[in-house]
Design a protein around this ligand. Structure first.
Ligand SMILES: C[S@@+](CC[C@H](N)C(=O)[O-])C[C@H]1O[C@@H](n2cnc3c(N)ncnc32)[C@H](O)[C@@H]1O
Length: 257
């Protein structure tokens, strides 16, 4: 396992099941694990992530997306339980799922010891209509908490669904919209510690850094890890540039007085 520190972001290149027991004191988990989905039949699911989720082969594939259903359920319960142990009492969890894995996702979260509290749809503003069928226009965020939730966490009332287009420019096959992650993060206390155990290209990390919270991210694939490090570093630097600009502006104000 390799660890990289970028400002208030701590990034691990390794297996979530090995890294999670090293972590503690998290206020929230916001994560997008491999779905092991993408087809009606076992053979479809065992396919490569790149072929399952993209119509073009322009981005590298990623790990862990071809477990069969029983193995997916069992493995997910293991990591969800390890994530719970890394959290404070009352911490919040938000986990992405597609429609096929929704029943298993609500089950594995509870098997890991979390209290399941609801499902928040991500409504995609662009999707492929299919003749004679309902559109598969949503992915879902299953959410819950590590025991009772405190109402004095500094968190306002939040929406029950979010509308965003999938990112046009991607560096990961299943990259999530940054705005969506930023909106979901509002469930975490201001300034708190947020964990993404499957960070891919680091979208959660960018949103966490921009919201001035502390980030802990894990990724198994070296290529995705490098992309995440670069994106989070860029986010951190633009925050720094902003602060420098603010200091400069206030110096100008002082000079003018
Ligand atoms: C669905 S993607 C996350 C995409 C991310 N939300 C983004 O916006 O880029 C899941 C990621 O989990 C990683 N992964 C799979 N198995 C893992 C494991 N055991 N430990 C850590 N990361 C893993 C995959 O390599 C993949 O990049």
């Amino acid at each position: 396992m390799m660890r990289v520190q970028i400002g208030r972001a701590t990034l691990y290149c390794g297996d979530a099941l090995e890294v999670l027991p090293e972590l503690s004191g998290m206020d929230a988990v916001l994560t997008d694990p491999p779905y092991s989905s993408g087809g009606a039949f076992r053979g479809d699911r065992m396919g490569d992530a790149q072929t399952k989720y993209l119509s073009t082969r322009t981005l590298p594939s990623f790990s862990g997306d071809n477990r069969d259903q029983r193995a997916f359920h069992f493995w997910s319960a293991l990591w969800s339980s390890a994530a719970l142990r890394a959290c404070k009492v009352g911490a919040v969890v938000c986990v992405f799922s597609d429609w096929r894995q929704l029943p298993v996702s609500t089950d594995y979260l509870q098997a890991g010891g979390w209290i399941w509290r609801g499902i928040v749809p991500w409504v995609k503003t662009s999707y492929r209509p299919q003749l004679g069928r309902f559109g598969a226009q949503c992915e879902y965020v299953v959410w819950g908490s590590a025991g009772p939730m405190r109402l004095d966490r500094g968190v306002r009332a939040l929406s029950g669904f979010y509308e965003y287009a999938s990112p046009m420019q991607r560096e990961h096959v299943t990259q999530k919209p940054l705005g969506l992650m930023a909106d979901l993060l509002n469930i975490a206390p201001p300034g708190g510690r947020v964990l993404d155990a499957f960070m891919g290209s680091g979208t959660t990390g960018v949103a966490v850094v921009q919201s001035k919270r502390e980030f802990f991210g894990i990724e198994l694939d070296a290529h995705a890890f490098d992309v995440a490090c670069r994106r989070i570093d860029d986010a951190q630097n633009s925050l720094f540039d902003e602060r420098v600009r603010l200091v400069d502006d206030s110096a100008d104000d002082l000079n003018e007085r």
